[in-house]
Design a protein around this ligand. Structure first.
Ligand SMILES: Cc1ncc(COP(=O)(O)O)c(C=O)c1O
Length: 394
């Protein structure tokens, strides 16, 4: 079957926490137009189309900065995805024997770089637990701070339970301490209004391909003034600037952007951001909240189903994880796809410590339904009916 033929079959896509789909039409069009009509590299050559490519990249950088409440667009670094942004933040900052505080709610893209540095560079990592709803306590984070703590890394929202973490309160608890604050905003950027100033984040990592509605292969790292002074590049190479030197330029964003940029991805990401601004991130937040409320209440009413995460939906992002008594999570997800073409993700969602906390390691993890701006209540009702039919059929 070709991709075109597959579109003919009704599909309910609820894997937006992995990557968003569909994208706004303008996202597809932006990549297509760049590839057909421009196709030149950004930041390297002086002919007209190359200058135009550079101008387009800078414009997207400005629009993302504005969306995140950052007044200096050079602080937005383009990366390959959220993981790449987190690796830059973690590897670019930490040196031998540094101390880090993080949490059990983190994704492997925080946990694994930290484990790697623990094993190879003697970095000391303190992992703070969370409560049964997936929430981390600001006091518990503050209690683990040491005078030499270099970094505190916390996810803005769990990609397993959807729990929003009290980021502003954690930042408040760090006031006066020299540790830098890294926020993993993979599940929040584009889904709810946020500003780096209000979150008091020194570093904020996010994919471009989830809530920002760009294509896979895009991501960003915000580097705040305190972090800028300490963050090293982890990849060096051509930037099209200061080419007489064989040393990486110290300027932003070139210090962190070696090699040709993903211009077709970045211009499409810009179209995604434009869509968010036009529709309004707050309006999208309200839409996703209405979907997730219906979903969590509907699924929770099924006798065999356990819903994880906070009962108060205002404390979660647009995702719901469940287990169903007597049903392996992978099999339930497979039955939803084969029987109903409902596409969800099952398993550990790259966040093993959260599953240890929830006791869902033994059930093969959870089945996660994650909504986006283009889902509707009708789809949610079909999903609830499908889960009901599968679990009652045994
Ligand atoms: C909380 C969290 N952090 C980081 C990532 C990694 O993002 P990416 O898939 O863009 O590498 C994800 C992706 O699912 C995530 O949910």
């Amino acid at each position: 079957m070709t991709w075109d033929e597959r579109q003919e079959v009704r599909r309910i896509y609820l894997d937006n926490a992995a990557t968003s789909w569909p994208k706004p039409e303008t996202v597809y069009a932006a990549s297509d137009a760049y590839l057909r009509q421009c196709g030149a590299p950004a930041g390297r050559s002086a002919y007209r189309d190359a200058v135009e490519a550079e101008r387009s990249v800078d414009e997207v950088r400005r629009r993302i900065a504005s969306l995140l409440g950052c007044d200096d667009a050079r602080r937005i670094i383009f990366t390959l995805n959220g993981t790449d942004a987190l690796n830059l933040a973690i590897h670019g900052l930490l040196a031998q024997h540094d101390h880090v505080v993080t949490t059990d709610a983190e994704h492997n893209s925080v946990l694994r770089p930290l484990r790697f540095l623990e094993e190879t560079a003697g970095v000391q990592v303190t992992r703070v637990g969370c409560d049964a709803s997936g929430r981390v306590s600001p006091d518990a984070v503050a209690a683990e701070l040491r005078p030499d703590t270099k970094l505190v890394a916390v996810t803005h929202a769990s990609n397993v339970t959807g729990t929003l973490q009290p980021i502003a309160a954690i930042a408040q608890a760090l006031q006066g301490h020299p540790a830098l604050f890294l926020v993993d905003a993979a599940q929040t950027v584009g889904h709810l209004p946020l500003s780096v100033r209000q979150l008091q984040a020194d570093l904020l990592a996010a994919p471009g391909h989830k809530g920002l509605l760009g294509p896979l292969g895009t991501g960003i790292l915000y580097v705040g003034p305190r972090a800028d002074a300490q963050l090293h590049s982890v990849r060096q190479g051509g930037t099209g600037t200061e080419s007489q030197q064989d040393r990486q330029p110290d300027t932003l964003p070139q210090r962190f952007e070696a090699g040709n940029l993903n211009v077709p991805g970045i211009v499409a990401l810009g179209a995604g951001v434009d869509y968010l601004v036009q529709r309004g991130v707050e309006a999208i937040r309200q839409h996703e909240l209405s979907l997730v409320e219906r979903l969590s209440v509907g699924l929770g009413a099924i006798e065999q189903v356990t819903v994880y995460g906070p009962a108060d939906v205002s404390q979660r992002v647009g995702l719901v994880s469940i287990t169903a008594n007597g049903h392996d999570s992978q099999q339930l997800a497979a039955a939803l796809d084969s029987g109903y073409r409902i596409q969800v993700r099952a398993g550990l969602h790259c966040a093993p410590r959260m599953h240890q906390r929830l006791g869902t390691m033994q059930t093969g993890g959870t089945v996660r339904f994650s909504v986006g701006p283009f889902n509707d209540l009708n789809q949610i009702d079909m999903v609830i009916t499908a889960v009901q039919q599968i679990v009652t059929a045994g």
